[in-house]
Design a binder for this molecule. Structure first.
Ligand code: GN1
Ligand code: MG
Length: 360
């Protein structure tokens, strides 16, 4: 690992390297530099999920340069994760065994949370996502290439589930009956966002693609959100994918991994209200009136979709998401379906908050 790290233009010599974070896709390590020269993040990019990692790095490089410029121009209190090039000048390092590595800067004195526990954090999260959308969209969405075809296009995930189910049907159990019933009862809703897109009501913009709670960094002292990390999936899409994904991951106090306790999963309406309020500080200036009508659908669908994605992976034998025990993807899926059912239960309230905030 040290030899791999030493291929990059670091600002000092490597003192230690440790595994870091809880990502489901890439392998992440934190590199400590000697003589208190700070830290960097070393990642092995998952080339099954990102078959063209060079394109990911190209997008990331464009995005970070642009966001840096925005920070300077608008004097934003914001930090942008930088790509640290390899010594040969490329944005990545390829090992002889074909593994693909990159180094990115670490946001010092910051922390992230797997779920959100205070109203302030919820507001900060929403504010951060809104600010990100506002600034990244000063560039035309065509600036960024698509890194994952069909990403967050929910009907595609239902189709994938339908074809996986057949071959994996012998592995169904009692707990899965809840999931299967939920899917059957909601399959007709799967295209709501794509319909909005086809109607021209939901425009294609540039999105983060993975704005879950722990991809937003908070300053340890002030508690202010200071950065959005994990810029792998910046690509053209609907901001509704991001809004839904951010809300589903943040307003679930038990987080994504309650395991066998998945039935306890709840949707925290208060966190949701504060998050959306923070988002709309920026979002009000670019969201069209009709786009508000799809916010509930976004929250529900991104949750339902992630349930389908986890369940499909479970049925296919865990080829996409990393697992630490054999039923982990099943429990992740059940958690999202339970969360989606809670979201549905609170639909009226969720929609009231949207209306109320829209009028402010
Ligand atoms: C994956 O990178 P990571 O582990 O935060 C996934 C997201 C899911 C998330 C659920 C490229 O994100 O879409 O929301 O797991 N990323 C990709 O935890 O599929
Ligand atoms: Mg990610």
């Amino acid at each position: 690992m040290r030899l791999i790290a030493e291929n990059f233009s670091l600002d000092g010599s490597v003192e230690s390297i440790r595994a870091h974070g809880s990502g489901n896709i890439n392998d992440t390590y934190i590199v400590t530099l000697s003589e208190e020269r700070g830290h960097s993040i070393l990642q092995r990019v998952n080339t099954y999920v990102f078959p063209e990692p060079e394109v990911v790095m190209d997008n990331m490089d464009r995005a970070t340069r642009h966001l840096e410029q925005c920070v300077r121009d608008d004097a934003l209190a914001w930090q942008v994760q930088q790509v640290i090039p390899a010594k040969d000048g490329r944005m990545y390092w390829k090992e002889e065994d074909g593994t693909f590595w990159r180094m990115i800067s670490f946001i010092e004195n910051s922390e992230s949370f797997d779920a959100i526990y205070t109203h302030r954090q919820a507001y900060e999260l929403g504010y951060a996502l809104g600010m990100f959308h506002q600034h990244i969209n000063r560039l035309r969405s065509e600036t960024f290439k698509t890194v994952i075809e069909g990403f967050h296009i929910s009907p595609g995930y239902l189709e994938a589930f339908d074809s996986a189910k057949v071959s994996g049907s012998d592995r169904l159990d009692v707990e899965l009956e809840f999931a299967l019933l939920f899917i059957e009862e909601h399959r007709r809703d799967i295209a709501r966002l794509e319909e909005g897109k086809a109607l021209g009501v939901l425009p294609v913009r540039t999105i983060h693609g993975d704005p879950k709670a722990n991809n937003i960094m908070f300053d340890k002292q002030s508690g202010t959100a200071v950065s959005m990390i994990d810029l792998d999936t910046i690509q053209p899409g609907l901001v509704h994918y991001d809004i839904g994904d951010c809300i589903r991951s943040s307003c679930n106090p038990l987080g994504e991994e309650p395991g066998t306790e998945w039935r306890e999963t709840l949707f925290d309406l208060e966190s949701y209200r504060h998050l959306l309020r923070g988002y709309l500080v920026w979002g009000k200036s670019f969201l069209h009136k009709e786009e508000y009508d799809y916010i509930y659908d976004a929250i529900f669908l991104m949750t339902f979709e992630l349930g389908l994605r986890f369940l499909t992976d479970y049925l296919r034998g865990d080829i996409y998401y990393k697992v630490h025990f054999p039923t982990q993807n099943k429990y992740r899926a059940l958690t999202q379906f339970k969360l989606a059912s809670e979201i549905e239960k609170h639909r009226t309230k969720i929609e009231e908050v949207i209306k109320e905030l829209q009028l402010l």
